[in-house]
Design a protein around this ligand. Structure first.
Ligand code: CMC
Length: 392
């Protein structure tokens, strides 16, 4: 009881202290554990960034080898869990399949559910990091009616995922190094973003001392919405809509500015960034390079660039400080790699996983953590007496 402050959407309320990720939204700065995202994008790898986020320091060569090796040992899914995929309708969206399968992990690994046992937390960390790519690839293959491939543990995490996504059990699959490198980079850029909607969800669920699998499964659901991770597929739907409609780009932008039927420029705007999202700048550069390399110059990229150009010079967007966010250009790259639109947010989830794990572990280890329990401002009826059915 007492006075509570209403902060709808938590625009001004910190829910925790954290030493994982730093963002300065006005200047467009993003750092993981102090390291600028630009340096990590250029020099690091996703697996190294995962280690950095979870343990707080860059690994030595020995630590990195042990870390990768341990992940590789857990990539297989239990055969019973594999059968799980048959229960979903053929055209099931891969996001709910992903979160359901992650949720199911807590039924298969009952030996690693105690949030206060460090060894168990470590084990569930490795299980999640190793199995999410396998689950994601299976969700993808299942939606196409294609066979599921076992992981090939001679390959690294990203290469393995690409092979399971696009390979054929009867043939060798050559992973294209440019594609693997681009996907690795995109995973780095998605790996953490402090207290966003899905990460806050992971922490909130975990604050009730639910296990890591349950917390991450909830985070995947939170990520799926179009205002959050779902924006990456919404962007492609938007671009496709513009390409196939009679409207030109300017007409579409007029609709956005008039807020016609709630139309938004998807992939634009951010709660924290009031400047160019530093991830979007890196993604845009990659889009140019990878499309060139794959020989897949895309009409969608031209439409996207035209939209950006209009927006950056238009008062509506300037006044509201709306810039492209990470989701604006990623879909075009995923599409060029051969992923269907439905898979885009799943790819976001694969990238975000180390961040969710790091934040959950930070929360569990922090003695100041209390159960997340927001207050409310009640605006309902004052006290009144119950009326019998025949008196209503
Ligand atoms: N297109 C047109 N107008 C917009 C947009 C947009 N994309 N984003 C915000 N606005 C307007 C909004 O209508 C409001 O105008 P007014 O002041 O006239 O009412 C003003 O800008 C402030 O917007 P808001 O909705 O109060 O801002 P927010 O901080 O609550 O929302 C956001 C942030 C990301 C949800 C929002 O910008 C948005 O819906 N963007 C499109 C979806 C998207 O790209 N999401 C991905 C976010 S980044 C990565 C991730 O989290 O996955």
């Amino acid at each position: 009881t007492g006075l509570v402050t209403l902060d709808s959407g938590f625009t001004n309320t910190a829910s925790c202290t954290s030493s994982v990720t730093y963002i300065d939204g006005d200047q467009g700065i993003l750092r993981y554990r102090g390291y600028p995202i630009e340096q990590l994008a250029e020099k690091s790898t996703f697996i190294e960034v995962a280690y950095l986020l979870i343990y707080g320091e860059l690994p030595t060569a020995t630590q990195l080898e042990a870390f990768s090796g341990r992940i590789q040992r857990h990539t297989l899914l239990h055969e019973d869990l594999k059968r799980f995929f048959d229960g979903f309708p053929r055209d099931a969206h891969p996001m709910p399949v992903l979160s359901s399968a992650v949720s199911a992990l807590s039924t298969f690994y009952q030996d690693s559910l105690n949030p206060f046992d460090d060894e168990q937390v470590e084990l569930s960390t490795f299980r999640l990091l190793a199995k999410l790519p396998t689950i994601a690839a299976y969700a993808h293959r299942k939606s196409l009616g294609q066979p599921l491939l076992y992981p090939d543990n001679r390959l690294g995490l990203v290469e393995n995922f690409l092979r399971m996504s696009f390979g054929n059990p009867a043939e060798d699959y050559e992973v294209d190094p440019a594609t693997a490198k681009a996907l690795d980079l995109l995973f780095i850029l998605h790996a953490d973003h402090e207290q966003n909607c899905s990460t806050s969800t992971v922490r909130l669920v975990g604050s009730g001392q639910a296990n890591l699998f349950a917390s991450v499964s909830a985070g995947i659901h939170a990520l799926s919405g179009p205002l959050h991770g779902g924006a990456n597929s919404a962007v492609l739907d938007m671009l496709e809509g513009i390409r196939t409609s009679d409207d030109d780009v300017d007409t579409f932008m007029t609709k956005v500015k008039n807020k016609e039927k709630g139309v938004r420029l998807m992939g634009f705007g951010h709660r924290v960034y009031k400047n160019y999202d530093p991830r979007a700048a890196l993604v845009k550069k990659t889009a140019d390079q990878i499309l060139e390399k794959l020989g897949k110059r895309d009409e969608m990229l031209d439409i996207a660039m035209r939209l950006e150009e209009i927006a950056l010079n238009d008062d509506y967007f300037i006044e509201r400080k709306l810039y492209p966010n990470v989701d604006f250009y990623t879909g075009i790259i995923y599409k060029a790699m051969g992923f269907p639109t439905k898979m885009f947010t799943v790819l976001f989830a694969l990238g975000r996983l180390p961040g969710w794990i790091a934040q959950w572990r930070e929360m569990i280890a922090d003695p100041a953590t209390k159960i997340g329990r927001p207050r409310q401002v009640y605006v309902g009826s004052p006290e009144r007496d119950y009326l019998a059915l025949d008196q209503r």
